[in-house]
Design a protein around this ligand. Structure first.
Ligand code: CTP
Ligand code: CA
Length: 221
């Protein structure tokens, strides 16, 4: 209500957010991953529930504050993340893929811990499934949001991803700014749709960027 001035822009909407870097096992005790902290995705999930949405968070991270109304699903690998997201996809209104999904994974997971025998260890990596691209084939009315960190040709790369994955919106991290790396509490994001950049945030807390993402989504759905 107006009296309490909480927002209800996403009231009753089913929103799924992914967060954190996936972990691709090498053997029972080792994996390949990346520096993603999960903070941006957690912030988006918290902002979505504050806006009245029913929120599921599919994530590799369990060490960040999360609103107790959010249903958290823990995963490790890109394959597990894909299965979890697929399970909910048909009933979603909004999907925000803030997770840093590994592009490659070891082809085979060694059954036993690998011993340091030779001077070299060759890991044979194969491409992971592109979760957003696979989901785009079954897309109905879901509003799909991707994230991308680009170091060059930001707009061109972003729009290629937008088209290929049938995204409605892409949040491009401005990685030219050194103060807003993967583990930072701050971020600066350009919002892109099929007509180009429609908004660029200041360097702000991830909480504040998340608010702006939710606002942009609610204006577009
Ligand atoms: N993504 C995904 N499945 C993957 C890889 C990425 O769903 N296997 C999603 C990410 O969660 C993100 C978006 O696709 O929302 C863009 O990820 P990005 O890494 O920028 O794009 P890629 O298609 O992986 O291309 P590249 O890394 O070569 O730039
Ligand atoms: Ca990638």
């Amino acid at each position: 209500s107006e009296k309490f001035s909480f927002s209800d822009e996403l009231a009753g909407k089913n929103v799924l957010v992914t967060a954190g870097g996936t972990q691709e096992a090498i053997d029972p005790v080792r994996y390949i991953s990346n520096a993603s902290s999960g903070k941006m995705g957690y912030a988006v999930a918290n902002a979505a529930v504050s806006a009245g949405a029913n929120v599921i968070l599919v994530t590799t991270k369990d060490n960040l504050p999360l609103d107790s109304r959010i249903n958290r699903v823990m995963v490790k690998s890109s394959n597990e993340m894909q299965k979890a997201v697929e399970q909910y996809f048909d009933n979603l209104d909004v999907l925000v893929m803030a997770a840093a999904v590994s592009d490659y994974r070891p082809e085979k997971i060694a059954e036993q811990k690998i011993k340091k025998t030779g001077s070299y260890l060759d890991l044979h990596l194969v491409k992971t499934n592109d979760i957003l691209f696979e989901l785009s084939k079954h897309k109905k009315n879901q509003f799909m949001v991707g994230f991308a960190a680009e170091t060059q040709n930001l707009l061109e790369n972003a729009q290629n991803k937008l088209n290929k994955k049938k995204l409605d919106m892409l949040c491009a991290n401005d990685v030219s700014n050194k103060s807003i790396g993967f583990n930072s509490d701050n971020n600066q994001v350009s919002f892109i749709d099929k007509s180009g950049v429609f908004k660029k945030t200041d360097v702000e807390s991830k909480t504040s960027v998340a608010r702006e993402i939710i606002k942009a989504i609610s204006e577009k759905i």
